[in-house]
Design a protein around this ligand. Structure first.
Ligand SMILES: Cc1cc2nc3c(=O)[nH]c(=O)nc-3n(C[C@H](O)[C@H](O)[C@H](O)COP(=O)(O)OP(=O)(O)OC[C@H]3O[C@@H](n4cnc5c(N)ncnc54)[C@H](O)[C@@H]3O)c2cc1C
Length: 158
């Protein structure tokens, strides 16, 4: 997809889009101005395991929510390679080792966007369980609401 073709909120990179998102969440508070320093993100690393995971899961879920509904064999091969490579490269080594075991035991379900999204949700829940965190209710609707492709300035999902 050409960059200019992207109508999704996720493709927004201007302050206005960020302001719109923050202001739509603000309840009764003062609206932000374009000059508000909170709009200027500055990375203040280094990442620890918690921050790394917190930033990585939304990326992974966003990827599965954009996987084709009806994937070709090439789509399947590409995603399968990606997830296996990821499991070798993830910078938390003990997390990566466990993830490799999990995907060997339960390989990604590459048959459709829904199947793949639910597979990843289950993988995330396996880590949640290991860490004593509550299980996330893995329904396709909840995943779309959190990570799906919201069209810019419209409250619609496609
Ligand atoms: C592949 C991978 C393996 C990891 N393995 C380990 C490990 O072995 N040991 C370790 O200490 N840490 C591990 N982590 C990090 C760990 O999973 C968390 O990211 C970290 O502890 C921060 O947790 P959090 O409570 O902020 O929420 P996170 O688990 O980071 O989740 C972020 C947000 O995603 C949503 N969410 C929660 N569960 C689900 C779900 N099942 N499906 C969809 N959305 C959900 C919630 O809104 C949550 O706030 C791993 C991370 C990754 C990406």
């Amino acid at each position: 997809m050409e960059e200019s073709d992207c109508q999704e909120f996720i493709c927004s990179n201007d302050d206005e889009a960020l302001m719109e998102m923050i202001n739509s969440k603000a309840k009764g508070g003062a609206k932000l101005s374009k000059e508000d320093p909170r709009l200027k993100f500055q990375y203040k690393g280094p990442l620890n395991g918690i921050l790394l995971g917190r930033h990585t899961w939304p990326l992974l879920h966003s990827l599965t929510l954009r996987y084709p509904n009806k994937p070709t064999e090439d789509d399947k091969v590409r995603f399968n390679r990606f997830i296996h490579s990821f499991s070798w490269c993830y910078p938390c080594s003990h997390c990566a080792t466990d993830f490799r075991k999990e995907i060997a035991e339960t390989p990604p379900n590459l048959e459709s966007r829904k199947a793949l999204s639910l597979w990843l949700c289950d993988q995330h829940n396996r880590v949640n369980k290991k860490l004593g965190k509550p299980e996330f209710p893995c329904t396709y609707g909840k995943l779309i609401a959190l990570y799906g492709s919201k069209v810019k300035n419209k409250n619609t999902i496609h």
